[in-house]
Design a protein. Structure first.
Length: 627
């Protein structure tokens, strides 16, 4: 078939100003052509929320990489200027309004060379009785259903992604609704339909897409990519579909009566499509055959579709200029990646990497339950780090470590004084444990062996007393440095990480809890637990948020969680003071791409392809972007 309180004192500002300017002036060593490549045109992301104690309002906004280093800002509340001098050292401000019984209008103006630019104004309306620390988005929860074998199921708000669907420079949220009977590929059972909603940040529902009965529900089946693929300034969504899918305008893809679901709930046969949906309306714009088709499932390594129905996906700048959608199938055995471009009218296939091709036979069985994307070899184009192997931007294999399948994987610049990328990879073969390797060559730099399945691992700068990033996994009780040396016992959470409290170290996000690692006690102490605000995490033992990313406000990351009753999304925003001013992480291309793939299979936190942590020094060169 062819067819996205208070105001800092002058004393504090004076004390931190020098270091803030230092960090703001760190220069990049770009591997991408940022001048000519297609990127999002972001607005200021102005937001205002009451602080946790409710006695003040925290207002924050984006510092963009198009801003000059000496750019300043003026902030107004209901027409009254709040700052005595233009704000130059931070992108957050604390206000104490006198009347909270009516809407409060905050406006932000850019100041260049002392002159306020009227055309740059950004606006945010704070509603009366606004909730402390978060923005609330009411959800339209789908109705319960009954499976063909008579079992009741209901829906939970699950993975989210963000994109600018209307071209105004601010993000909307795409929500995947997962039925309570979603199944891993290894298990029999019927599932309810997978649904997608799109919401604006002020709570307006734009559309709903129903993938229909011929797409099974579960973490491994539906990998959805939310990105502006054609460069028109508005986001699309791309995902795998089948006959019976209903788009956001009520149109049916293919045969509405087709039913490929077996009596055991699995799907072995039937149509497989790839569809581009309009981000603003949810309309299906183009549908083509999915590559590769499943064919005979036994050729993937089993007879129950546990091998053939394993999917991953990514967005990558394969030519260094325009984003491509990379749709993937298989990683335990046969492995196939297919790259596509969308020009607004046509889906065009660029290349296919297939481990069935003799040249790439050794690449079979090397994939993880997630993937990472970045320009690892400094040629200006992205590569796909696919577990233990890496596929070059032209669809050829770049390298293969032959260390086999694993779960978690992290791609960073781990060394503060280097612009090279490294990979911390976790293996499940009962032999190789955890490995730290060069991202460009696959050379293993150090290894923590284990004679059991190592399922989880993390990497982040959590210890400011240690040089570089730290890494740890379930393969060992210890935390390691970039040299492979043990620096501490009592490894902390192996789930997510988030920049939250305002310093340069990263905090730990485990389910609903954000914690701060203490290098003196080697323990993580809870900063905040969103469970106290009726929120819940997702995906069982994976225990991850709907999304964590720098989607609004200053450079720190937001955490999106569902409420336990699934009637609301809550976007939690840090209201803790920070003295730093950095460009939004969403303008670091690898970070933005990792947000686009954060929801893929086993969710992993977004990561920039620059060193960002407590070891940032004056004059340090940082690859990829300028913070």
């Amino acid at each position: 078939m062819k067819s996205a309180k208070c105001h800092f004192s002058n004393c504090l500002i004076t004390a931190v100003a020098l270091f803030v300017i230092l960090c703001s002036s760190i220069k990049a060593q770009p591997r991408y052509d940022y001048v000519h490549m297609q990127r999002e045109k972001l607005g200021r992301g102005l937001v205002a929320v009451p602080t946790g104690n409710g006695d003040s309002i925290c207002i924050s906004w984006r510092y963009l990489d198009t801003d000059s280093q000496d750019v300043a800002f003026n902030l107004y509340r209901d027409g009254k200027q709040l700052n005595k001098q233009p704000l130059t050292t931070t992108t957050c401000f604390w206000d104490k309004p006198t009347d909270s019984s009516k809407p409060t209008e905050y406006k932000l103006h850019v100041v260049v060379h002392g002159v306020e630019e009227a055309h740059t104004a950004a606006q945010f309306i704070l509603k009366p009785q606004a909730t402390p620390s978060y923005i609330s988005i009411p959800l339209s929860r789908p109705s319960e259903g009954i499976t063909p074998d008579g079992r009741r199921y209901w829906y939970n708000a699950n993975d989210c992604s963000v994109g600018d669907v209307d071209g105004d420079g601010e993000y909307e949220i795409i929500v995947k609704w997962e039925p309570s009977n979603a199944h891993d590929n290894a298990h029999n059972g019927y599932t309810g339909n997978v649904l997608f909603d799109c919401y604006t940040l002020d709570g307006k529902k734009l559309w709903r897409i129903d993938l229909g009965r011929n797409i099974r529900a579960g973490a491994h089946y539906t990998q959805f990519l939310v990105y502006d693929f054609d460069g028109d300034g508005k986001t699309e969504m791309i995902c795998k579909t089948s006959d019976g899918c209903i788009d956001g305008e009520g149109n049916v893809i293919g045969d509405k009566d087709a039913n490929y679901v077996e009596p055991n709930g699995r799907i072995y046969t039937g149509s497989e499509y790839l569809t581009v949906f309009d981000g603003m309306t949810g309309k299906a714009l183009c549908t083509v055959d999915y590559v590769p088709q499943r064919g005979s499932i036994s050729l993937w390594g089993d007879s129950n579709a546990n091998r053939s129905e394993r999917y991953l996906a990514a967005v990558a700048y394969l030519d260094g200029m325009r984003p491509s959608a990379v749709m993937c199938r298989g990683y335990y055995t046969r492995t196939v990646l297919a790259a596509w471009t969308w020009d607004g009218k046509h889906l065009s296939q660029q290349w296919t990497f297939d481990s069935n091709i003799p040249q790439w036979h050794s690449y079979a069985g090397q994939g993880n339950h997630n993937l990472r994307v970045a320009d690892v070899d400094a040629d200006g184009c992205d590569e796909i780090v696919y577990g233990s192997m890496c596929v070059d931007n032209d669809g050829n294999g770049l390298y293969n470590t032959r260390l086999g399948h694993g779960d978690a994987m992290h791609l960073y610049a781990f060394f503060p004084d280097s612009d090279q990328l490294q990979v911390w990879d976790i293996h499940e073969n009962g032999r190789d444990g955890s490995t730290f390797r060069d991202a460009a060559t696959g050379k293993v730099l150090h290894q923590i062996r284990a004679d059991f399945d190592v399922g989880r691992g993390m990497a982040a700068d959590i210890d400011p007393t240690n040089w570089g990033l730290e890494m740890w996994s379930t393969g060992s009780p210890y935390i390691y440095n970039v040299k492979g040396e043990t620096i501490a016992g009592n490894r902390p959470s192996i789930n997510f990480a988030v920049w939250w409290d305002g310093d340069l170290s990263r905090e730990l996000l485990d389910g609903t809890r954000i914690s701060k690692y203490d290098p003196q006690t080697h323990r993580a102490n809870t900063i905040i637990d969103f469970a106290n605000m009726q929120c819940a995490a997702n995906n069982g033992s994976k225990n991850n948020p709907c999304l964590s990313a720098d989607i609004i406000g200053d450079w720190r990351e937001e955490v999106i969680l569902r409420t336990r009753d699934n009637n609301e999304l809550r976007i939690f925003i840090s209201t803790l003071p920070t003295s730093y001013r950095f460009h939004t992480f969403m303008q670091d291309i690898p970070y933005r791409l990792s947000v686009a793939t954060e929801n893929v299979a086993y969710n992993q936190p977004p990561e920039p392809a620059v060193y960002f942590g407590s070891d940032v020094k004056k004059g340090q060169k940082m690859r990829g972007t300028q913070f």
